[in-house]
Design a protein around this ligand. Structure first.
Ligand SMILES: NC(=O)C1=CN([C@@H]2O[C@H](COP(=O)(O)OP(=O)(O)OC[C@H]3O[C@@H](n4cnc5c(N)ncnc54)[C@H](OP(=O)(O)O)[C@@H]3O)[C@@H](O)[C@H]2O)C=CC1
Ligand SMILES: O=C(O)C1=N[C@H](C(=O)O)C[C@H](O)C1
Length: 267
């Protein structure tokens, strides 16, 4: 399977180049980043800290897509939305790790799935978080009256908050109670907030240093707390999941999928 990495010059871009090079059945077909960025023209392998691959990071997405089967895209929302139109028109596999999309951008991406793309989009491609979301859904249903708070910490370069993972975990908690996250989420607290609204799902965001990604879901009840947590130690866990998702999506019908589908976890 011939894969193009988009956002190749970024933190996840380098991890994705290494993951695609390591996995049997896939080859790096192209590597693309934003015009004018430092990585353009560099060998993708050397850039990612491995042996040279003879694939050079380019700003020409159309040329890179020629002959490709799949795209792994960890960039910014506007870039992922624009790319989904191109992958949809070509019927390509499109793995989207980009977080921070608005509801309108998510709807446009879903439309690209209907138009022919095989899209897998997730706020977190690790096995651990995918399983964690399933545990959160169950705990939320079982501990119906407990207050739910979601805490995340990431490195000081992260640009969106709450993280895509925190929102994914919030969605799982809401599904467990058959409510809509949008109606119950409290994403920021400041000043005289009043007492906690029963049934709300709170988010708290920390940023600092080089933290890859840490998430805790706290169920706080009378005289006890249950905490379910995940700590990412290396971006390889996301990149390996994304490469695995690309191989899986090749044999699927056009549409929009998540990591539960890739791992065969039904709920
Ligand atoms: N779902 C998951 O499992 C994970 C998701 N993420 C998400 O992935 C995204 C990227 O994260 P990270 O790698 O840390 O961020 P980086 O900023 O390091 O990388 C993003 C890359 O995309 C490039 N880029 C921006 N616009 C375009 C464009 N139009 N075309 C091609 N490339 C473009 C950037 O270039 P430049 O810097 O020059 O603007 C940069 O090289 C974030 O949304 C993050 O939250 C991260 C880890 C795991
Ligand atoms: O930006 C990051 O770094 C990460 N982003 C994802 C998110 O927003 O949840 C996944 C991971 O936690 C790292």
């Amino acid at each position: 399977m011939k894969i193009v990495i988009v956002g190749a010059g970024g933190r996840m871009g380098a991890a994705n180049i290494r993951a695609v090079t390591d996995l049997d059945g896939v080859v790096l077909h192209g590597a693309v980043d934003r015009a004018g960025t430092d990585a353009i023209g560099k060998d993708a392998g050397s850039f990612a800290g491995i042996d040279p691959l003879g694939v050079f990071i380019s700003d020409n997405i159309e040329a890179a897509l020629e002959g490709a089967d799949a795209v792994i895209d960890f960039t910014i929302p506007a870039a992922s939305v624009a790319l989904a139109a191109q992958t949809g028109a070509r019927g390509l596999v499109h793995i989207i790790g980009t977080t921070g999309c608005s509801p309108e951008q998510d709807a446009t991406i879903a439309g690209a799935g209907k138009a022919g793309g095989r899209i897998v989009k997730s706020g977190n491609f690790s096995m651990g978080v995918t399983l964690l979301a399933n545990l959160v859904r169950k705990a939320s249903a079982a501990l119906l009256t407990y207050d739910i708070e979601i805490l995340e910490m990431h490195h000081n370069k992260k640009v969106d908050a709450p993280s895509g993972t925190a929102l994914l975990l919030g969605e799982a908690a809401a599904e467990g109670r058959d409510i809509k996250l949008g109606d119950h989420a409290v994403r920021v607290r400041d000043g005289h907030t009043g007492a906690r609204e029963p049934g709300s799902i709170g988010f708290a965001t920390l940023r600092g240093g080089t933290v890859v990604g840490e998430h805790s879901v706290i169920f706080a009840g009378p005289s006890e707390r249950l905490e379910l947590a995940h700590r990412a130690e290396d971006r390889a866990i996301f990149a390996n999941g994304a490469a695995r998702a690309a191989l899986w999506a090749r044999d699927q019908k056009p549409g929009l999928y998540g990591m539960d589908d890739v791992l065969g976890l039904t709920h």
